[in-house]
Design a protein around this ligand. Structure first.
Ligand code: SAH
Length: 293
């Protein structure tokens, strides 16, 4: 996957960053404290001879720094493993299951987002910033619904009224819900955003919900990981995906494939919705699984 390759190239940079982070993982922290019992006595004895003390303190400092860096690596591996596990879960279950999963243990959501931020830090451009810029180029009076908002970066960066939804709310401005069923009224928003959030196996129900809450001519903006739309690699055919959304009652206005990591699709809800219900063939979207580093 392209995103995995890009991360690999920047691996050494990332590692030096993560080494300077504060220690968070409790079980490993307690391991860190497990010095030999006579450690203090040894240290005092060595310090009686200044030459020996200097040589040995630099060698023990180097040993300590090696063991600290080993622990940092282990910590990074563990949290990377947790992130990949939660990520895979979110891509292979329904939104309702994901909602219950996080309800049982909301700390998993923070773990997921720490890993997500880390992954995104290696992307040359953040899709959410492209959407922020798009909104800044339009009227601030447009009412926005951000489906799967994460840390509500969108709401924080625009002047529009933004309704932010995610499975867990760590912020009073975010409504915790499964986004296939939001508390918004029908035809109440001008823009519906899905930025890397079409994760659940029931993703069509999220787009149906966006269709319900959008006003006529309202915008549907979708940013998704490019590899999910690469038919040569098990991804969905982007034309089939756009066709399914069009059959729901949208018109594709713009398709932007210029970014290496993600595609952006801009749809508008048709003014006149056809009264006859078309049968919609939604392509399966493969999970975006991150490789172990
Ligand atoms: N849009 C944000 C976050 C992307 S991560 C950004 O671009 O920065 C994807 C987010 O979608 C996660 O926070 C995840 O919890 C959320 N999500 C996935 N399925 C969801 C669902 N069914 N209902 C609500 N949020 C969902």
């Amino acid at each position: 996957m392209e995103e995995a390759k890009s991360r690999k190239r920047k691996r050494s940079k990332h590692h030096s960053k993560s080494q300077s982070r504060p220690k968070k993982n409790k079980p490993l922290q307690s391991c860190d404290k497990s010095k030999p019992q006579n450690y203090a006595a040894q240290e005092n004895a060595e310090h009686e001879n200044p030459v020996l003390a200097a040589a040995s303190s630099s060698s023990s400092a180097s040993k300590r720094s090696k063991s600290a860096s080993f622990l940092e690596k282990m910590r990074a591996k563990l949290s990377g493993g947790h992130f990949r596990m939660i990520n895979e879960k979110l891509y292979t279950c329904t939104g309702e299951e994901a909602h219950n999963y996080f309800k049982e243990d909301p700390s998993l959501f923070d773990m997921y987002h720490a890993g997500y931020q880390e992954q995104m830090s290696h992307w040359p451009e953040q899709p959410i910033n492209v959407i922020v810029n798009w909104l800044k180029g339009h009227s601030p009076a447009l009412i926005v619904a951000d489906f799967g908002c994460g840390d509500a970066c969108l709401a924080k960066n625009v002047n529009n009224k933004v309704f932010s939804f995610d499975l867990v709310s760590n912020n009073p401005s975010v409504v915790a819900c499964d986004m296939s069923n939001t508390p918004l009224g029908a035809s109440s928003v001008d823009v519906a955003v899905f930025c890397l959030s079409l994760m659940g196996t029931n993703y069509p129900s999220y787009i149906q919900e966006a269709h319900r809450v959008l006003k006529p001519s309202g915008w549907l903006l979708i940013a998704e990981v490019k590899s999910r739309f690469d038919p040569n690699n098990g991804g969905a055919d982007p034309k089939r995906f756009s066709k399914a959304i069009s059959n729901l009652g949208f018109a594709l206005t713009l398709k932007d494939c210029s970014n290496k990591m993600f595609i952006l699709l801009y749809f508008q809800k048709k003014e006149n919705q056809s009264s006859e219900r078309k049968e919609i063939h939604w392509p399966e979207l493969k999970p975006c699984l991150y490789k172990r580093r």
